[in-house]
Unconditional design. Structure first.
Length: 573
């Protein structure tokens, strides 16, 4: 019975969808605000879903299917009240790379595996740990992805006629410069106009509250598509490439299919799947955290990861691509009154209706216009203000930032995250080592500064001859141990007693234990007695567990400096 209750409590702790609590006191007024927000977010999501799908190397309907399926699942089973899920720009580079290397079936399997990994992260309660990924790494790879997205859109934005586009970042730019003469003027005009219209839309609608709710990207697509149709049919312009020229549009919902799995394929896709899972976890939790600050709520991070995992299992079964929480769409939901997961579900149904009845019209959208939409998305993702702000931080942060950024654009996101985390960990360990200070006290100890002694009426304690006192301030681990040995070597004396004050040592690791043991053994060979002073209970227990009470003797491990000095005098005399 107790085991059943424990399991039930565990399930409730890690998996309590916000939908359950949000609908308890649901009323008509809340539904109306959710309905309006859901419709607007669905309209906002439409051009982005098409653009993200095409940029990722799949057909436009797969982007919309992802927004429908994943958007519904994330809202229904996630841990945030207002999170809107779907395909995002961050996945473009990863998805395109996986498709190039493993094909569409490889992407499907990798996304399914990523969904399983996300569920495991949630079940293991690692939702809060994800948040501790260093900020410079997040800014670095986000900015790198933005630059990569911008780079991939240059061909379509300018209507360049190129047989092949290199996958390498540097080679891609070299190819662009070599093909500047192949730019299609009409496509370039439409693409640049799209960017200008989307960028200036907030200014144009500043005094019109109604138009503010309509996304600039949708307006740009509608207007530019109309212009393209007029140019094609009435001006004889035939060089403008549209979605219909590159893809065959299918507006029927795909049936759920499970891909063929084999152990060899699964092993080869562990790396890409982990990248999808980590990036999806980071982006969704960041989005949920930002949303919390706006609406004054607290999302359930472990439940959110499980919801994201379920979405990334459902999406590929219907032919979709990876999905996560989208900050821009989530903020659109909040700004238009969405306060429960119902608005996210309505957004998915709006996209479904558009997909079923209006999808054939997408074939008339110019590729240059979609490229313009993605260029604006890339600018928004770049976070250049945060990037420049971090450049004023310590050199270690700048190193991680620049390294992650360059690795993202030159290699790929998997390498960038792995190397960035490794670099951040090494720099963190270096900082920790630098926080531990070791000093030598040669004449007397100022009692006013100390708290581990019986003061009486004295102000100072005199250190006897042939006694050295070393004080360690900070954690005693590998870095501190080596520094301690260096200081003792420089000091150069051969006293009869060495007192090591450890009152400010909160913990000691295995390397610190090893260094301390070597120090004690070397001192004993030289006829020097080691006395420990002020060891905190936690550290003292670790020392006893490792046999230091036998190595030094119980009498040489003292509670405070008074006893340590008394013991030192006894040894010297």
């Amino acid at each position: 019975m107790n085991n059943t209750l424990t399991f039930k409590n565990y399930v409730q702790e890690v998996f309590r969808p916000k939908m359950v609590s949000a609908v308890k006191n649901y009323d008509r007024k809340t539904f109306m605000t959710d309905l309006m927000a859901g419709i607007i977010v669905g309209i906002v999501a439409l051009p982005l879903a098409i653009a993200f799908g095409i940029a990722s190397g799949v057909s436009p309907e797969k982007g919309i299917v992802t927004a429908i399926v994943a958007g519904f699942v994330i809202s229904a089973f996630g841990g945030s009240r207002v999170q809107i899920g779907g395909p995002t720009g961050a996945f473009i580079v990863i998805v395109a790379g996986i498709i190039d290397q493993y094909g569409m079936q490889g992407l499907t399997i990798a996304t399914l595996m990523a969904g399983v990994f996300l569920i495991l992260l949630g079940m293991l309660k690692l939702g809060t740990i994800i948040k501790f990924i260093p900020y410079p790494i997040i800014v670095g790879f986000t900015s790198g992805i933005a630059v990569t997205i911008f780079t991939t859109q240059i061909k379509d934005l300018l209507g360049m006629s190129m047989e092949t586009v290199p996958s390498d970042f540097i080679e891609k730019w070299i190819a662009y410069f070599r093909n500047l003469s192949n730019i299609d003027v009409w496509s370039a005009i439409l693409g640049i106009t799209s960017v200008a219209l989307i960028g200036s839309w907030p200014i144009i609608t500043r005094r019109t509250s109604l138009l503010k709710k309509i996304p600039g990207s949708l307006i740009a697509i509608i207007l530019i598509t109309i212009v393209a149709i007029i140019l094609k049919n009435y001006a004889g312009v035939t060089t403008i490439e549209t979605i219909g020229d590159r893809f065959s549009i299918n507006s029927t919902l795909p049936k759920a299919t499970v891909p063929a799995l084999s152990w060899e394929v699964i092993k080869s896709l562990v790396g890409p799947a982990m990248t999808i899972a980590v990036l999806g976890a980071i982006e969704s939790l960041l989005s949920a955290t930002v949303a919390d600050g706006v609406i004054g709520d607290h999302h359930r991070s472990n439940t959110e990861l499980i919801g994201q995992g379920l979405a990334n299992i459902a999406s590929p079964l219907f032919g979709g691509i990876p999905a996560t929480g989208a900050i821009a769409r989530t903020m659109t939901n909040i700004n238009n009154g969405g306060r429960t997961p119902i608005s996210g579900i309505i957004h998915a149904f709006v996209l479904l209706l558009i997909f079923l009845f209006l999808m054939p019209l997408a074939k008339y959208i110019p590729m240059a216009c979609l490229a313009g939409v993605l260029v604006v998305v890339a600018y928004g993702m770049s976070g250049w203000r945060s990037f420049l702000a971090l450049m004023r931080n310590p050199k270690s942060d700048i190193t991680v930032l620049i390294l992650t950024f360059l690795l993202t654009i030159v290699f790929d996101l998997t390498v960038a995250i792995e190397v960035g985390l490794l670099c951040a960990c090494l720099l963190f360990m270096r900082r920790m080592a630098e926080t531990t200070d070791v000093r030598v006290i040669s004449d007397e100890i100022d009692l006013n500064e100390d708290a581990d002694m019986e003061r009486g009426n004295l102000e100072h304690l005199t250190i006897p001859e042939n006694v050295e006192v070393y004080e360690i301030n900070g954690p005693y681990f590998f870095g501190a141990g080596n520094r301690f040995e260096d200081i003792m070597a420089r000091y150069g004396n051969r006293p009869k007693v060495r007192i090591i004050r450890m009152r400010k040592v909160p913990f000691i690791d295995s390397t610190g234990l090893h260094n301390l043991e070597n120090l004690c053994l070397m001192s004993q060979k030289e006829g020097i007695t080691i006395v420990l002073s002020g060891v905190v209970p936690k550290v003292e227990q670790v020392l006893k567990n490792n046999g230091f009470n036998q190595l030094l003797g119980e009498e040489n491990i003292c509670n405070h400096i008074d006893l340590a000095l008394a013991r030192a005098r006894e040894i010297v005399e």
